[in-house]
Design a protein around this ligand. Sequence first.
Ligand code: TRP
Length: 332
Amino acid sequence: MRQGGEKRVVSGMRPTGPLHLGHYFGVLRNWVDFQENYTCYYFVADWHALTSEYAEPKIIKPFVAELMKDWIASGLDPEKCVLFQQSLIKEHAELSLLLSMITPLGWLERNPTYKEIRQELINKDLNTHGFLGYPVLQAADILCYRPDFVPVGHDQLPHLELTREIARRFNHLYGDYFPEPQAKLTESARLPGLDGRKMSKSYGNCIYLGEEMATIRPKVMSMLTDTNRMRKTDPGNPEVCNLYPYHRLMTPGDICQEIQENCTQAKWGCVDCKKVLLTHLEAFLAPIQERRRRMDDHPELIREILETGNTQARQEACLTMDSARAMLGFDF
Ligand code: TRP
């Protein structure tokens, strides 16, 4: 692998379903940029998926390869970054165990994400040790690679704060070793879903990266636009329109300018605007779908990429564990 730079980046995603445009513009685009300037470790967090899917763990396996396909289709390049699978690097589990010894229960119980998700997923029993300890495993995922940055969405900030707190506590107890990794948030505005709410699988308002145009077209044509614009002759307002953020991300700047004018002067109806979006959305997705097709045709590619990535990740995680064990006098 060609290393992108001195500074290190680590991040992961849970394999619980196909990725959509919200993932791409929210986080993944950042990941792709970072591989040029940093040494990046990106992993499939399959153990983390188990915290909520433990009753039906077998659904996770096919999603691991699917997530890898979405990543590579989006531009992650195994020649430029380390792509690997969490559960095959057992050092994550060992570090998580050590860190669990020094993490006060109160930190985990007060974690806002913990409280929120427990209320949201009422159909699942999340009264488990594993779910409470989710951020400890996440801290281990991160600290195994002693990174400088962790690119994540806003929802992950409390977890990252906990990672820093746990690192600080380790350093305080056993000597300075772990860096306190910083979050790297994506600058871009969030992309709303088809109905204006956050794009999310559970709302059924997504456009998926691997989705065919045949199913995307009717979705786009039924998208919510400026709800104040009742008739085609009313002037519209792109600033409150749910379609315009899509244009801003995928339609060239000069055409966005034209859209602004045609919308605010009621020269175009929303249907016209949607047709223009479909053209640019299709152009945006074309290279992504082309790369995905190549992987669908060659399933062995993903296996090879993971094998290489796992070996590289393991090497680094083993170095960390050798030091961490020694600092506790567990280098028997
Ligand atoms: N908790 C993250 C999420 O739900 C996934 C994750 C697990 C992660 N371990 C991580 C992200 C380490 C960044 C770093 O999206």
